[in-house]
Ligand binder design. Structure first.
Ligand code: PMP
Length: 423
């Protein structure tokens, strides 16, 4: 298999799992959209660094100094990967969810937020303290832009506003018209944050070219599963806000006041939102993954992945009971993330059978995007329902879906096995 020797080879290719039918089979990890396997390169880099690990920004010892250098160099590497602008700030977080909650906590007073109902809950929910306008699901990329324009036209043009949008859907894999949405936001004096959790692992990403104000993504979906994430973009809102976490590292000076209280001067760099001892290994791992992706380039990755998308699509199209979920239509461009339902099957039972009988790991459920999946399944998007595996009998309409997703290092055999199993 030619993928093994590429710079984007992943771990876990030799893992075998038992089958209910007896015997063992190599595990087909087809749930990259939840968490992708680590790149061999990331694992090697982390292992090589581990003996030199030390606390950053504090220690006088050699290993602390070395770790601080690696930590700050990692910040530069990731900023280059994202093609950030001069003056942008890059904050290391735990995940996309953490990044978007950080931004939500940094919104200026009176900020209006505009978000499509189709977003992942990490993009949909953090704006609890703002005035939020939820936009209806568009059925074409062009309709997404006009829907946003219409909503923004009605707003107070002098107040601050933020648009939050995904780059690639974690349900349908479909690409969203980010550049056009950014232009619409800016034309109406609003800012825009890109949820790139599913875009960054599959697509080259330029903050500068897309002209988004912030971008958020997670290491564990970008082949670096060590508990780190990123929020990068405009410095002003981040620096004017209170620290996301209060504590050591975020504070430059702390002194007792004459009245008995405490006076704090906070940092005005990314450190303002990175209180506490940071996840040095996780940050180093993200930088390692960014480096590997940059060195390998996205051309081959995208071409290979699109071939696999084609194999899945054509394979599923041969099964009349299968319905692939799509917001923008069957021919819309998408990354290696495909959700579907099988008529006559409970999706959870189907996914369990793929695992137990074929050693294939996919995901079932509503994928933390309940309103979107309900819309796509034709159920009521306002129904609060249950997430997970509703008990239904074969023959009943699906209340949830099955998602298959893949990327760097996915062998063709895994995708072929998946199609065979579905058939
Ligand atoms: N946004 C999208 C589009 C996602 O797919 C996910 C993860 N499924 C998230 C945000 C949240 O990422 P995390 O769980 O790493 O915070």
């Amino acid at each position: 298999d030619t993928t093994v020797s590429t710079p984007l080879a992943v771990l876990g290719r030799d893992v075998t799992v038992p089958l209910v039918t007896g015997g063992e089979v190599t595990y087909a990890a087809l749930d990259y959209a939840a968490s992708a396997p680590a790149l061999q390169r990331v694992w090697d880099d982390v292992a090589a660094y581990a003996p030199y690990y030390g606390s950053v920004h504090r220690g006088a010892g050699y290993l602390s100094q070395l770790s601080t250098d690696l930590f700050e160099n990692s910040r530069r590497t990731v900023a280059e990967f994202l093609d950030c602008r001069e003056g942008d700030q890059l904050v290391f977080t735990r995940s996309t969810t953490d990044s978007l909650n950080l931004l939500a906590a940094a919104l200026p007073a009176g900020c209006q937020v505009f978000v499509f109902e189709t977003e992942h809950h990490a993009s949909l929910l953090p704006w609890r303290d703002a005035e939020v306008t939820y936009l209806n699901a568009p059925r074409t990329p062009a309709e997404a832009v006009t829907t946003l324009e219409r909503a923004l036209a009605d707003r107070d043009p002098y107040g601050p506003a933020l648009v939050c949008v995904t780059g690639a859907s974690n349900v349908t894999g479909e690409l969203w018209p980010v550049r056009e949405l950014a232009a619409a936001a800016h034309a109406h004096g609003a800012r825009i944050v890109l949820d790139a959790a599913q875009l960054a692992p599959h697509h080259p990403l330029s903050v500068r070219e897309l002209d988004v104000d912030w971008v958020a993504f997670s290491g564990h979906k970008l082949y670096a599963p060590f508990g780190s994430g990123v929020l990068a973009g405009r410095a002003d809102w981040l620096q004017e806000a209170d620290p996301y976490l209060a504590g050591g590292g975020a504070s430059r000076k702390v002194a007792r006041r004459a009245d008995g209280g405490v006076e704090v001067e906070w940092h005005s760099t990314a450190a303002r939102h990175e209180a506490g001892s940071p996840n040095v290994i996780g940050v180093y791992a993200i930088a390692s993954a960014c480096k590997a992706l940059t060195e390998a380039g996205f051309d081959e990755l995208v071409a290979r992945e699109q071939r696999l998308v084609g194999l899945v699509r054509s394979g599923l199209a041969e099964v009349p009971e299968v319905r692939v979920l799509s917001l923008f239509g069957d021919d819309a461009p998408r990354v290696g993330v495909i959700s579907f339902v099988v008529e006559g099957w409970n999706s959870s039972h189907f996914a369990a059978a793929l695992s137990a009988e074929y050693g294939i790991g996919v995901r079932d459920g509503l994928f933390c995007a309940h309103p979107l999946v309900r819309t796509l399944l034709g159920s009521d998007p306002q129904d609060p329902g249950e997430c997970g595996a509703p008990e239904s009998e074969p023959g009943e309409r699906s209340l949830n879906a099955i998602r298959v997703s893949f990327g760097a290092g996915t062998p063709e055999e895994h995708v072929e096995r998946f199609v065979r199993a579905v058939k």
